[in-house]
Design a protein around this ligand. Structure first.
Ligand code: NDP
Ligand code: 2IT
Length: 444
């Protein structure tokens, strides 16, 4: 059996009940097969792949917190410090009831290659909790965040591990966590990114993932002689990534027809009203049922369904495995040109294969949504030099990073004979730098 197949089998056997982690590992290892096969004997002797798929450290802890009625609740907290070959662990904290160790490992594993692709010195990590922020008061959120940080603070630091936001973790949560870290450790340092602008946050970090997604989509289309201006797009999600993806798509002259949340979706033939969306989701923390009040011409539907709307571009920006084979068939039948992933692994393996086989340009999340973590790394740089850069400066750096990233993955794909296969390109280009750093640092 080949070394790659052996390790895929080992990951499945040794990590039972973690299908998302198996999926992420399978996709990466299948892609880097040409690189591994060419050096199989050396890599096997060095147990290179075993070291790649086993996190350097996994932390799991109890998070007790008190609700507004005085009752105590207990959640589970996680931080997976996956790979520090190229820099301190870096990656978000997900707060969602679906969180378990397998989800955090899949996200942490993806983060290794994503962070490498940014070209910046950041390793891969991820964390979170099965805490559900929905319907909680500010005081309850603070109680949870403080308890979570009381434990997490033992394992992180500006030069060790720098968490940030993800699903359910935004500016409010990062603020409460930062305050608690500072109180416990008595240091004011860039230990978290996505901070408020008054205490070390970076301009454009809020917008970065969505904006970056559109910068890479624009470059992909341009590289294939297509202008993004005048194109239609379907977006899923209505959170941080989705909102700023829609905003930038409109700035670039495309029209976004849909968005969704965990209970339903909106179709707005006139283009999603971003100001209304921000009011509903960022300020009121309400459901998308409210959208119709702002736009009487729009439709609201319960359940899922954005991929059935005909559009040129699809941007899944909600969660993992939200775009399946049936959705992929609808997109192809409707003539979609490109699918670029704003979320982490939102497209199933079968759907990805179907899209690629039917000529749809497909850019995986570890490349397409890398603008968020890249801008987090820019926030770390600003914190280190105790300076703040202007919005324009950060945004133009972000644009440069995404344009470069696109050409790097396109080149890597072509070099190995997989032109326009951006999954292979992203995995190989991301892996090569990590491989080089791991080899140079010996068996650690
Ligand atoms: P948010 O919490 O801001 O928004 C998530 C959105 O997706 C919400 O609209 C939410 O619905 C919806 N959603 C979440 N989980 C589910 C689910 N299980 N089923 C259906 N809908 C769901 O998160 P982000 O926008 O930050 O993250 C979205 C995706 O992008 C995630 O995959 C994340 O890992 C990824 N990502 C985020 C980055 C960042 O900088 N924030 C960077 C790179 C990737 P509702 O409104 O009802 O809660
Ligand atoms: O998935 C991701 O890249 C993020 N949630 C952002 C991580 C970060 O450290 O900014």
């Amino acid at each position: 059996m080949s070394y790659v197949d052996e390790i895929i089998e080992q990951v499945i056997t040794k990590n039972p009940g973690e299908p998302e982690f198996h999926q992420a590992v399978r996709e990466v290892l299948e892609s880097i097969r040409p690189v591994i096969d060419a050096n199989e004997e050396k890599f096997r002797r060095d147990a290179l792949l075993e070291r790649l798929v086993n996190p350097e450290r996994q932390i799991k802890f109890r998070v007790p917190w008190i609700d507004d009625n005085g009752s105590v609740h207990v959640n589970t907290g996680y931080r997976v410090q996956f790979n520090s070959a190229i820099g301190p662990y870096k990656g978000g904290l997900r707060l969602h009831p679906s969180v378990n160790i397998g989800i955090i490992k899949f996200l942490g594993f993806e983060q290794i290659f994503k962070n490498s692709l940014t070209g910046l010195p950041i390793g891969g990590g991820k964390g979170g909790s099965d805490f559900d922020p929905k319907g909680k008061s500010d005081r309850e959120i603070m109680s949870f965040c403080q308890s979570f940080m009381l434990e997490l603070s033992k394992y992180i630091g500006a030069d060790t591990d720098v968490p940030a936001g993800d699903i359910g973790t935004g500016a409010r949560e990062i603020g409460y966590m930062f305050g608690m870290y500072k109180r416990i450790r008595n240091v004011f340092e860039g230990v978290l990114t996505g901070k408020g602008l008054s205490f070390g946050g970076s301009l454009a970090r809020t917008e970065a993932t969505g904006y970056g997604l559109l910068y890479i989509t624009e470059e992909l289309l341009k590289d294939h002689g297509i202008d993004i201006k005048g194109k239609t797009a379907v977006v899923s999600g209505a959170g941080n990534v989705a909102i700023y993806a829609i905003e930038k798509a409109h700035q670039l002259g495309a029209k976004v027809l849909t968005c969704s949340d965990s209970t339903g979706w909106v179709y707005d033939p006139d283009g999603i009203d971003v100001a209304a969306l921000k009011q509903i989701k960022e300020i009121d923390r309400a459901r998308l049922t409210e959208y119709k009040k702002y736009r009487p011409n729009s439709e609201y539907h319960e359940g899922r369904g954005v991929w059935q709307i005909k559009a040129d571009i699809a941007l899944p920006c909600a969660t993992q495995n939200e775009l399946d084979i049936e959705d992929a068939k609808l997109l192809v039948a409707n003539g979609a040109i490109a699918v670029c992933e704003g979320a982490n692994m939102p497209t199933t393996e079968a759907a990805t294969k179907y899209l690629q086989e039917n000529g749809v340009y497909f850019v995986p999340g570890k490349a397409a949504n890398a603008g968020g973590v890249a801008t987090s790394a820019l926030e770390m740089s600003q914190n280190s030099e105790r300076l703040s850069w202007s919005f324009g400066e950060v945004d133009s750096k972000l644009n440069g990073i995404m344009v470069n990233l696109y050409h790097n993955i396109a080149k890597a794909a072509e070099k190995y004979g997989y032109k326009d296969n951006f999954v292979v390109g992203a995995n190989i280009a991301g892996f090569e730098k990590v491989l080089d750093a791991m080899n140079a640092q010996g068996i650690v």
